[in-house]
Design a binder for this molecule. Structure first.
Ligand SMILES: Nc1ncnc2c1ncn2[C@@H]1O[C@H](COP(=O)(O)OP(=O)(O)OP(=O)(O)O)[C@@H](O)[C@H]1O
Ligand SMILES: [Mg+2]
Length: 986
């Protein structure tokens, strides 16, 4: 390699990096990697001779490094006749990709030799940072390999970027497709950068944007200032707010409304422009003079002069401007002047040009992104605003929270601090990006975006395109970069504090944070500083002093940026602090302890707290949350060493999770069945008969609902044998036997077991399916009573079950009692009671997310409508049941649908549905309702066939002792002229 220079990074950058070095090492960063190499350097060396070659290479490196440093990249490695540079590490930059491409174009334009450049963007873990700023890093996936490969594949003089990089800079550069490139078995499709694109900022007029919403008040405020300006009294308005809150968009919409009556002149500061004097002012002047990006420096200089003349100003002003902007043909005599004099005159020239440009017409001077402004421009603006009260110029500046402009406090200046958008406005933005009106999805995203329109848009896009990062990061990269760059700009102490905060959660108490904190600076001071920078907010009105992240995504990005080992360590410390300081009431804090310990290096410590937290969730009827917590505990326990201890821990979790699983997913769900099978196997191997019996009853319920009536009866009998009669658990067994017997049409036996179950179980015994045994048994017994012709008992059992359920205040129990109650009312044809109960049932199921009984509610509600709309409901629910594998009572449900169809003149469909019901009854031994299905089906038979079907129905009913259904058959037979036979009751 010919004379690679020592990597040199400008002092101000290197100091900044070294000051926070400790805080950056070991972090995960999104970066752009640039590889650059000279084409055919050995041929060139031969051609030029060693000395000349040496000089050329020296110049190449000097120029290339200047370009890299201009965009705050760091040279990481010299390789042969080239180098590798990183943008976005060690310090994160929100626009690392754009900076890398700008540097690449700069390098290619300045080099006297031909170079090839390749760029890719992705995730790296920053390792040690040397004193020379060399960064050790570990790349995720092929972040660097691909960049190197693109460099090798580039044509001489070309800059190739990966799709990943291109996506991040879309619009900012012109790109062209080139031939695909192979990288380790994979084909990638790079793009060649041809030059600058038309885009210079995130949004620009002419872009397709989400509908502007929720900023009426701010627009009105700006309009009012414009009116004052138009009267000749200039105004200054700063629009302040966090990244992405919509400062630029507000300015854009305002200018759109103001034009064409008002002239708009625009200039912007750049993220890498803080050291470029006059940068935003040059843009203002260029726009005023009509200078375009393609104009040569000479033409630009000429245009400034023409403008000065056109405005009838002193031509000498042009010299100062050209000098300030580094354009040719400035007055050579200027070089001899004192720089302070030059500056004062340049300020004067700028001021006069801008005021003259406005003339008598009001003008809006928009300066964007003031937080990146160079010092000279800032000083100019500070003086310029003093001119405004007497000229029709409105200075509109945007800047991020944390920056304070130099003019605060004057009467004609004000600041609009943007607030997050309202939930309604947020949903509007999200909905405009999500096709197909996914309302639930839209409101979930709107909630996560917390009123920041940029986050909202990016979250919605990521959701629409289903993109998750290779590293599993769920915050969209675009958002990630902006936030990571902000966090990286913090001094080391503040950054350590924000990382600790991120580990503690969205919201955390100062007390806990202080206990875990091991830094030298008092934590509270740092948190106050972070509050001042609007990273955090303080929550008032709580017993403990509490801080929270202003935006949830900031927390996520701070958290994602940390190495896992460090997070685990802090979580462990936080858990230990809570456990220690709250020793007497540890379980009060079970959620917090579960959260920290499960993420620590010793997650087993989380298990008891997860269980307690899950119980609390269940007590709040938050079944989904309870299931999640139990599953978390389960995965921790399952990863422990095998043995009895582990098995009993696992069994305890399975016993606890069955009820919420049932409520949430239903008896027939695979989730519940797998849990029960494992429960029973574990209980058996641990010799725990009681647990096994409880598990078997739940398994019985699950099999029963699947329509396996006959083997359900077997399982139930096995339970009774296992626990022996008379025990509390025998109540469970009687419940199962009773339910099976009723279904099989053995009504007297069924009723007896159900009554025994209610008695034996006493008041407080819960079935493993999450229903109290007396409620479920009594509710079911009502059906047996009615079938046996005991209408009064049926009604009173129905009421008793519902009242019991109400008295214990458990929504799932109540849902069960109401669901059975609805059937009882249907049997009794009590339309009004049915209507009331079914309404309550449906509401309960929907507000608590109960599965299974929800479908009962739909069918019975559908039936009670008696019209076409009811058919749809019933059909939908029946199909849901079938899809979920729940076939119990299918003949009954189908008969309700058939009845609805018949009432709505759809006789063929009704007959076919009854045929299905007959098959369902016989195939699955679901026999209690069979006589009624047969009776209904007879209505579609020829006379003789009808009579024989009715007789057979009557026989079945009487064999079951089903007085109620037998009466209906006899009534129909009598209608056809046949005398009734005496009922046969077993
Ligand atoms: N009120 C709004 N209604 C709809 N969309 C909006 C609104 N405000 C902003 N947006 C959209 O949100 C995105 C971010 O807005 P904008 O670029 O104006 O943010 P910013 O505050 O200027 O951020 P930065 O500090 O990064 O410059 C843009 O795509 C913009 O179109
Ligand atoms: Mg902006």
């Amino acid at each position: 390699m010919a004379g690679a220079p020592t990597p040199y990074t400008p002092r101000q950058i290197s100091e900044q990096i070294l000051a926070v070095r400790g805080a950056i090492e070991g972090e995960r960063k999104q970066v752009s990697v640039l590889f650059c190499d000279i084409v055919a350097s050995s041929a060139l060396a031969g051609e030029l001779g060693p000395e000349e070659f040496h000089l050329v290479i020296d110049r190449f490196f000097r120029d290339a490094l200047t370009e890299v440093h201009r965009y705050e990249g760091t040279i990481n490695q010299f390789l042969g006749d080239g180098f590798m540079a990183l943008f976005g590490a060690p310090m994160a930059h929100e626009d690392h990709a754009r900076r890398a491409v700008l540097a690449a174009l700069g390098i290619a334009a300045r080099a006297e030799v031909k170079v090839r450049i390749g760029i890719n963007s992705g995730l790296v873990v920053v390792g040690a940072i040397g004193d020379d700023l060399r960064v050790d890093y570990t790349a995720f996936g092929d972040t660097t390999v691909l960049a190197a490969r693109l460099q090798a594949a580039a044509a001489p003089g070309a800059v190739l970027v990966s799709r990943q990089t291109a996506g991040l800079v879309s619009g900012y550069f012109q790109v062209e497709e080139v031939a695909p490139v192979k990288v380790k078995e994979r084909t990638v499709y790079p793009l060649r950068v041809m030059g600058l694109g038309t885009r210079t900022a995130r949004i620009a007029s002419g872009d397709e944007m989400s509908p502007f919403t929720g900023r009426d008040h701010e627009l009105a405020e700006l309009q009012r200032a414009l009116e004052v300006t138009a009267d000749g009294e200039g105004q200054v308005i700063g629009v302040a707010g966090d990244p992405g809150l919509g400062k630029s968009r507000l300015a854009l919409e305002f200018c759109r409304l103001a034009e064409p009556d008002v002239a708009v002149l625009e200039g912007r500061c750049l993220s890498y422009g803080a050291s470029i004097a006059y940068l935003p002012l040059f843009e203002l002047v260029r726009n005023a003079c009509g200078i375009t990006a393609d104009d040569s420096p000479e033409l630009a200089a000429r245009k400034i002069e023409l403008k000065i003349k056109a405005l009838e100003l002193d031509v000498s002003l042009a010299h100062y401007l050209r000098h300030a902007f580094g354009l040719p043909a400035g007055d050579p005599a200027l070089a001899a002047l004192d720089p302070r004099i030059i500056r004062a005159r340049t300020f004067g020239a700028l001021s006069r040009l801008l005021v003259a440009q406005a003339g008598h017409r009001p003008m809006v001077m928009l300066v964007e992104d003031l937080h990146w402004i160079d010092q000279t421009s800032e000083e100019f603006l500070a003086g310029f605003v003093n001119e405004l009260p007497s000229v029709p110029v409105m200075l509109l500046a945007t800047y991020r929270s944390g920056y304070s402009p130099p003019w605060i406090g004057k009467s004609y200046t004000s600041q609009l601090a943007l607030r997050p958008l309202s939930p309604a406005a947020s949903e509007k933005i999200v909905a405009s990006l999500l096709a197909g009106g996914d309302r639930a999805g839209a409101s979930a995203i709107a909630e996560r975006g917390e009123g920041n329109p940029f986050f909202l848009e990016e979250l919605a896009r990521a959701n629409r395109d289903q993109t998750t990062d290779a590293a599993g990061v769920t915050v969209p990269q675009t958002v990630q970069q902006v936030l990571a760059a902000r966090i990286d700009r913090l001094p080391a102490d503040q950054k350590a504090a924000i990382q600790l905060a991120a580990v503690l959660g969205r919201e955390f108490s100062l007390g806990l944070a202080e206990e875990v904190w091991d830094g030298d600076v008092p934590l509270e001071a740092l948190l106050q500083e972070l509050k001042g920078l609007e990273f955090l907010r303080e929550r008032h009105g709580l017993a403990e002093r509490t801080f929270m992240f202003s935006h949830v995504l900031t927390r996520e990005v701070a958290y994602d940026g940390m190495l896992e080992a460090r997070r685990r360590e802090l979580h462990g410390q936080a858990g230990a602090c809570v456990e220690h300081s709250q020793a007497s009431q540890r379980f009060e804090h079970c959620e917090l302890l579960a959260y920290h310990y499960s993420r620590s290096a010793d997650p087993a410590r989380a298990v008891p707290y997860l269980a307690a937290a899950a119980d609390r969730a269940k007590d709040r009827y938050a079944n989904e949350e309870a299931i999640r917590l139990h599953k978390e505990a389960l995965s921790i326990v399952q990863s422990q060493a095998a043995g009895r201890d582990r098995d009993s821990q696992e069994l305890a979790i399975l016993e606890a999770v069955a009820a919420p699983l049932n409520a949430r997913y239903g008896y027939a769900s695979p989730e519940l069945q797998q849990t029960l099978e494992r429960w029973i196997a574990l209980a058996e191997s641990l010799g725990r008969n009681d647990s096994m019996a409880a598990g078997l009853v739940a398994l019985w319920a699950s099999r029963f609902v699947q329509g396996r009536s006959a083997d359900g009866y077997q399982t139930a009998s096995r339970v009774l044998a296992l626990v022996g009669p008379g025990s509390e658990l025998a109540g469970h067994a009687h419940f199962a036997i009773g339910g099976s017997a009723v279904t099989l049409g053995r009504l007297v036996e069924g009723r007896r077991h159900l009554e025994l179950a209610a008695d034996l179980a006493g008041g407080a015994v819960w079935l493993s399916t999450g229903v109290r045994a007396d409620v479920h048994s009594t509710a079911w017994a009502a059906h047996a009573h009615w079938l046996l012709g005991r209408d009064t008992e049926a009604l009173s059992a129905c009421h008793k079950a519902i009242n019991l359920a109400r008295s214990i205040d458990d929504p799932f129990c109540l849902a069960v009692a109401l669901a059975y109650g609805c059937i009882t009312h249907h049997l009794r044809h009590d339309m009004s009671a049915l209507g009331t109960n079914v309404g309550e049932l449906r509401e309960l199921c929907s507000s608590y997310g109960f599965a299974y009984y929800r479908e009962w509610g739909l069918i019975l509600d559908g039936w009670s409508h008696q019209d076409e709309s009811g058919i749809g409901l019933a059909q939908q629910a029946i199909s849901n049941l079938k899809v979920g594998g729940s076939f119990a009572r299918m003949p009954y449900w189908l008969s309700l649908l058939a009845d609805l169809l018949a009432r709505n003149d759809r006789r063929d469909a009704a007959r076919a549905t009854l045929d299905d019901a007959l098959i369902a009854a016989r195939d699955r031994d679901d026999l209690w309702w069979l006589p009624e299905v047969m009776r209904m089906r007879a209505a579609y038979d020829e006379e003789q066939a009808a009579i024989s079907r009715l007789r057979s129905a009557a026989q079945t009913a009487s064999a079951q002792g089903s007085v109620a259904l037998l009466r209906r058959c006899e009534h129909d037979l009598a209608g056809r002229g046949f005398a009734s036979q005496p009922p046969v009751i077993p």
